[in-house]
Design a protein around this ligand. Sequence first.
Ligand code: ADP
Ligand code: MG
Ligand code: MG
Length: 880
Amino acid sequence: TQWVYSFGAGHNEGSAEMRNLLGGKGANLAEMASIGLPVPPGFTITTEVCTYFYDHGKQYPGELDAAVGAALARIEEAVGLKFGDTEKPLLVSVRSGARVSMPGMMDTVLNLGLNDQTVEGLAKASGDARFAWDSYRRFIQMYGSVVLDVDHHRFEEIIEDVKLDRGAAEDTALTADDWRDVAMGFKTVVADATGNPFPQDPRAQLWGAIGAVFGSWMNARANTYRRLNDIPASWGTAVNVQAMVFGNMGDDCATGVCFTRDPSTGEDIFYGEYLVNAQGEDVVAGIRTPQPMSSGRAKPGEKPMESVMPAAYQELVRVRSVLEKHYKDMQDIEFTVQQNKLYMLQTRNGKRTAAASLKIAVDMCREGLIDETEAVKRVAPGSLDQLLHPTLDPKAPRKLLSKGLPASPGAACGVVVFSSDEAEMRSQKGESVILVRIETSPEDIHGMHAARGILTTRGGMTSHAAVVARGMGRPCVAGAGGIAVDYASQALSSGGQIVRAGDTVTLDGATGEIFLGSVAMIEPQLSGDFATLMEWADKVRRMKVRANAETPLDAETAKKFGAEGIGLCRTEHMFFDPARIGAVRQMIMSETEDGRRSALAKLLPFQRDDFTELFRIMAGLPVTIRLLDPPLHEFLPHTEAEIAEVAASLGVEAAAMQRRASELSEANPMLGHRGCRLGVTYPEIYEMQARAIFEAAVAVAKETGLAPVPEIMIPLVMVKRELDITRAQVDGVAKQVFEETGTTIEYLVGTMIELPRACLTADTIAESADFFSFGTNDLTQTTFGLSRDDAGKFLPAYVEKNVLPKDPFVSIDPDGVGALMSIGAQKGRSVKPGLKLGICGEHGGDPSSISFCETVGLDYVSCSPYRVPVARLAAAQAAL
Ligand code: ADP
Ligand code: MG
Ligand code: MG
């Protein structure tokens, strides 16, 4: 087995394809080196070593020592230095790197190989003692805190003391002697904390750091991150050992991180930060203020790299285009400039907002880097959600509270909460919350998820809050330093203004502004790149996308988002209207058919108007209307006043109504008197609804010349006979209405498949059905025997403990519910090959469920109006 792979100096044993073995960082270092980019030489110890390490009681493979020695010798030769040499010491960095970038892993150790002797050698060889001692103290601090677990505050205190003592404001003002004092202080700190002197043997340092990287793979933070992100522990991490280049050797040196395009907007501009005379994480550590890359992005007083280091900058511009042409994607890169020479230290596909992802995909297609299909694949369907969300109305009045960094775009308004648990709790109650934290950590993920927006008072554009919020699509304002947060008193203050937990604020993640109270918002832009990508998606998708909608507003929204019909119109939503509920109750409570008929007669014109409007809006597109479905129980009058009102309308005693109400009340309503069971027992209900549908359809056909195509859907069928009975009612009414009006229109009668028995006997049921629509909410509920309304109390724990991989009400469970769907689809089509199949559960808007629907061969998915674009893109990706 080859345990070690070299890269750089013309000897590249790895490539980008080998990320599983070499980790992302190692694979891309090798790839960059092999396409001729300037990468300091090094080697990667494979992820297989990590696996071996854990399989063998933390022992390394026998051959590893020799392999590392040989690879190290190759670096020495390439750069003309020797590891541990007192004259010309080679220094290396030790970097972790799993297949996917993973917070929680060990931090990088730089300048490894320095000790009390080699530091002198470095000083002499470089002619810069200050640089040498600065590097040594950095090494002791990093090695001390990362490998030896010494509290990092203890190091920072020493620097602060020396700075105070010398009257230095910035680190850059310290001299060689100052740094020597700091380094000696650091060594004492390590000795104190660990009981051992700071390790002086470079080989021991190297193996210590390698061991720490492998050890960190199983630390608590990494384990949690893996669990939350479905990353198997078996992947392991690689270790990269690489010759140091120095950004801290003087003013012709620098270090930086940047994106090849703007990761917030997608704009084709170099975006990032760099620092002169600095090393490694200085850029993100916030010790000095990093400067922008391009002059175009520089504000007055800033010193963009483009003008400060023009040669290195131009080289970076060249590298940028080489990288984009090679990887065909936006890159997130890390680099160092040593004495005006550029070195590349990392590249990977850059994380970006949904807006940037869309723009970059469309732009790159236009630039000829990728084709339309690839562009369609590039955008995560779920992320479109962010683009469909409102932004602040520029004309709306507002009162600025403070300003931070525009860390993740979109506007959000909600009540302030100061903890993630609180955020989760209140959002479950239906409140919109803004999570306010000094800074966030991985422990805040659930709160960030629950919040509409996130505000932090510390941290920059690459802080945890910013990165996670962008990934989740939550608007975020980070580093709002003008705001003081006091967790104890549950309040924040800014410029004398106090905002307490529960008060409303509005965030604008695009500008970084925070406003008091709520600010009006406007609808998102659906033209431009968005429309272009949707067009490309529509070209490749097979499944149609419909919307679940019953109100005119929902129907309009759905059409605007590109819905090709209504897949589910829940007629009971029309029953809860205050103007109608009286008649509905009268119908339910009536003990006679006549009583019910007279109540239904009052409802008929309402329903007819509803359908008329829907048909008008949908203008000839199919509209699936589900006849009354919920348990009658749900419509029962509750208060005494309500009961008295119904009693009066029926002309009976209130006491009789009380009795009837308790008669009708059910122990298990979701398995009770509902769905087509209503149609079978009270035929007049479905008759009224069918009449409303047909009268409306005929009227709209006459009025517009565009005949609607109603698809009438019978819910909760468990045996074919139920469908036969209710279908006969519908057909009978159709015939009557067509005779009365002298107009005939086409219609379909189908059924929802939402009970396991219906799936298993779908061949029989199909004989009486023109279409099936899988009602996966109830199908999940009945397949699992899990109450949808109650499972929320324990399902999260089930997912947490990995009893279930995902919430089955969010993503179709392919093995159970999915298997039943496949059976239903196959059996149905075995009887009627052209049987139209759709889905109308919540799952219809979930990308992974949509991809499952493609495998079952459904004709369409139906989802809530705002999810329509998500579904269009997901359906396209599923077809590719
Ligand atoms: P992370 O995964 O946290 O980004 P890296 O391994 O990329 O950690 O290291 C962080 C930073 O350390 C790099 O961006 C770079 O500035 C610095 N660094 C790493 N290796 C070297 C090296 N060989 N020479 C100079 N700087 C380095
Ligand atoms: Mg880091
Ligand atoms: Mg890095």
